[in-house]
Design a protein. Structure first.
Length: 79
């Protein structure tokens, strides 16, 4: 468990206070859950970005391989 001090904009704090009172959840639990969800969101965004990058690399490699096969086919057709 880590203890930290943070500064929140007044409107964010006020909204969080209203919600935690309505759902009867301690502020600490609410903030922990919010950060857990935010971390999950960003892990997905980072993964999506990495997959797009790797997909592009694979696509380029696949195109090169396809062109090489086409050249081989052309050579075989000549014989």
């Amino acid at each position: 468990m880590k203890v930290l001090s943070l500064k929140l904009r007044e409107e964010i704090f006020d909204e969080a206070e209203r919600i935690t009172h309505q759902i009867r959840v301690p502020r600490n639990a609410y903030i922990n859950e919010a950060l857990r969800l935010y971390n999950k969101l960003y892990r997905r965004k980072l993964l999506r970005k990495q997959l797009a990058k790797e997909s592009k690399l694979v696509r380029e490699s696949s195109l090169e391989t396809l062109h090489e096969f086409e050249k081989l086919e052309d050579l075989m057709d000549e014989d």
